[in-house]
Design a binder for this molecule. Structure first.
Ligand code: GLV
Ligand code: MN
Ligand code: MN
Length: 401
């Protein structure tokens, strides 16, 4: 399945994947997901937001059920595993359980969340945020991509009705427990004997936009003293972000900029820089941007903020023990699992070893044996959570909210 997914949306120039929400590549992968899930005998539905759910059993009659899955979209020039590993492993685990003749005591589903990376419209985990009401439909539909196309227009072009988009309690009521398997995006496991870990928490993180204004003018004829060059403010922002992050135990990244008019021989009229900041201490992350605003004398716009996220500790401990005492680790990467956990859904994550830790890059990797170990772990987890003995602490169907 990973080989099939790997053919879609790959840039010949960089070898990375460009699979942005509601584009042609995304559409091909959504069709692939529906076909693969249907081929397993699952019933594929789409919620009000565009997340896909493939059910084994009827969650309305016999639910709520156990859901596993991830996402198929990517960052610009992303790797082959961030998202696809979770979706493919979920389908593989369900295929194995069905082949074994496992009879779930409650429905089981595989989910493909839409627009997890927020690469096109700017807000990560857009599919789960709107699903849970963490982001309003109005806000989501008004977001625009780099070409000025709104999410509402993109949905319409993809044959969806923007008016139908919104928090979807009917879909959420079907979910007792959610488990997301994901390639590890660090090196916790790289030098250990463990191919798999269980997730404990996600660092608080956010995205901010700095709009830096200047005055366009000729690069050859404008004296340095006469310039209002916003590129200098961007340089100051990048250096200050690094300095403040270092001083406060955070990480901060300016990975995306837009320059107008973007001509080599023109002083820019404006530069926009996007800041991604995260860290273990929520107060430190929250304090970082006001400090940068003070230093630059510019107000930033918050595009998203996600508070400290803790996965259900009883469930994490139970799954770590079930898997033979694997490590329980935190992460600095955001996930739909975090949004669902914050909403009150008992949620767990499984991480699969990444030998270099590199992610959000074509160099992202997981060995085939480790991917298999991930599927084995997910099979055990689904058997445990959807099997007849699931009425123990940390197991569904008891939703918290
Ligand atoms: C998503 O992968 C994120 O952490 O930005
Ligand atoms: Mn990612
Ligand atoms: Mn991901």
């Amino acid at each position: 399945m990973l080989d099939e997914i790997a053919r879609v949306g790959r840039s010949a120039q960089t070898g990375g994947y460009r699979r942005f929400a509601w584009t042609a590549a995304d559409h091909v992968l959504r069709e692939w997901f529906a076909a693969r899930a249907s081929g397993l005998g699952l019933e594929v539905t789409e919620d009000r937001v565009g997340n896909q759910w493939a059910w084994w059993g009827d969650p309305d009659a016999d639910g709520p059920g156990v859901v596993t899955g991830s996402h198929l979209d990517s960052v610009p020039d992303g790797g082959a595993y961030d998202g696809p590993l979770g979706v493919a492993s979920s389908l593989a685990a369900v295929a194995r359980l069905r082949a074994e003749g496992f009879e779930p005591a409650r429905p089981v589903a595989v989910a493909n969340f839409v627009d997890e990376e927020g690469a096109r419209f700017g807000v990560a985990c857009a599919g789960s945020r709107v699903l849970t009401g963490a982001m309003s439909a109005e806000h989501a539909l008004g977001l625009r991509d780099a070409d000025g196309v709104s999410a509402a227009e993109a949905l319409r072009a993809a044959g969806r009705d923007p008016a139908a988009v919104g928090r979807d309690d009917e879909t959420l009521a079907r979910v007792a427990t959610f488990v997301e398997l994901h390639v590890e995006q660090g090196r916790h496991l790289a030098d250990t004997p463990h191919a798999v870990a269980v997730g404990s928490s996600i660092w608080p993180h956010g995205r901010w936009r700095f709009d830096l204004e200047g005055e366009a003018n000729h690069a050859g004829t404008t004296r340095l003293v006469d310039r209002r060059d916003p590129m200098l403010d961007l340089a100051a922002l990048v250096l200050a972000a690094r300095e403040v992050a270092e001083a406060t135990g955070c990480v901060a990244t300016v990975g995306k900029v837009a320059v107008l008019p973007n001509g080599v021989n023109a002083i820019p009229s404006s530069v926009t820089g996007w800041l991604d900041a995260r860290g273990p201490d929520e107060d430190a992350v929250r304090a970082l941007v006001p400090e940068l605003e003070r230093r630059l004398g510019v107000a930033a716009t918050t595009e998203s903020f996600t508070a400290d996220t803790r996965f259900d500790p009883d469930l994490a401990a139970r799954l770590a023990a079930l898997l033979g005492g694997v490590p329980v680790i935190g992460t600095g990467a955001g996930h739909d699992a975090g949004v669902l956990a914050t909403h009150g859904v008992p949620t767990a994550m499984l991480f699969v070893r990444n030998p270099t830790g590199v992610s959000h890059s074509p160099a992202e990797h997981a060995e085939a044996d480790d991917c298999e170990a991930g599927v084995d772990a997910l099979v055990d987890v689904l058997r445990e959570l959807a099997g007849p003995a699931a009425a123990r602490p940390g197991a569904g169907p008891g939703r918290v909210s």
